[in-house]
Design a protein around this ligand. Sequence first.
Ligand code: HEM
Length: 425
Amino acid sequence: MDTSAPLPQAGAVKQPTDLPDVFDPRIHAAGPPHDAFRELRDRAPVAWQEEPAVLGWPAGPGFWAVTRHADVVRVLKEAGTYSSWLGATQIRDPAPADLPFIRRMMLNQDPPEHGGLRRLAARAFTPGRVARFEETARVRARALLAAAVADGGEVDLVRAVTDDYALLNLTDLLGVPPGDRGLLHTWTERVIAYQDPDEPAVLDAGGKPLNPRSPAMLAEMFGYAQELAAYKRKHPADDLMTALATTELADAELEMFFFLLTVAGNDTVRSAAPGSVLALCGNPGEQRRLWRGEVGTDTAVDELLRVHPPVLSFRRTAARATELAGVRIAEGDKVVVFHVSANHDERVFPDPHRLDLGRRPNPHVSFGDGPHVCLGAHFARLQLRVFHEELRACCGGVEAAGEPRRLVSNFINGIKSSPVRLREP
Ligand code: HEM
């Protein structure tokens, strides 16, 4: 049933007062709060959320949570109204002094400026260059999985296979020498896992946690990006850093690209791979269909990305007063879209909590939409397809061997560990 009809009294919709909280990063560590999202979609599809102080981070002004598929797509497409530049793209407000700095990244820009950098990046990130990595990714997946099977088949999939798989594929694409790969892991952890108590906070001189996207926190990574670019100019190779270092990008833009690609390209696949296996463990019937070849791996990968979107949310800021789903949004308000909720919107996906590896159509928004739609989607899909093909080839099936541990974050749907058993072929 389509219940997305416009709410009565557009512009005067009263917010219910007893709405569930989907802001607290700790809630997401128990898995996406699907009941809360369902309630928001049904009762208040654009819902006010308080932003209290949490885990040592200061309180914020609050935001509008957008939870229905149609509204999420609208916000992502209407960049003139919902800006990535005004307040950048994270729920937490950046320090005003850091804002000019993070706006150098195309993720935090609006059209038309965004288009210039995006075209430059797209030229370096060609489908041909990505396709050439298929064989490397396959050999890597096979080796990591073979070692896991040789170990008796009961492993923490994250530590034994998927963390390395995602990181090493990305560092190959970028052209980072093998000895430096660990550095990239540390830097992404600092940025993505900063809400998680397991990740030690980096403190400023006054003992306060450093904002993960501040110049102070990123100085080391930026220095490295410049060194690597200088090396690539002298020793060009078929990789992304060579392509970027030899364009007209300014130094500061190059550093930001390196940062963006490192973070966007690592943690997302690191989440998608174990998340997709967890979904298969919870659905043995669908897993059998995949193992028997009754569904295409490409279609299956998209459905796995729908039920386990690596990115939970992204933020925009209203550039002018507007109205969404009948709710008045003031200029300057924070607007946060929840991809995980849009992907489970029953107005678009019949039986949304059922994993259907043959689902078609499947207009999930795991890669976003509009001008910022993921630039690495083809690289991500390739890695996930190859990973699942090799998983099928190496074992007779996979089952959970313990509870997974999830990241404390309202941004990345991360999985810190996931004990699984790989069955005999
Ligand atoms: C399953 C894996 C991935 C998922 C779910 C994902 C998701 C996303 C999403 C939702 C956005 C939109 C951000 C916004 O709306 O503001 C995005 C943007 C982006 N992603 Fe991905 N991503 C993945 C993998 C990758 C990989 C592997 C790379 C590169 C190696 C990459 C590079 C980028 C870049 C550069 C942007 C910024 C695009 C722009 O601002 O125009 N992503 N990604």
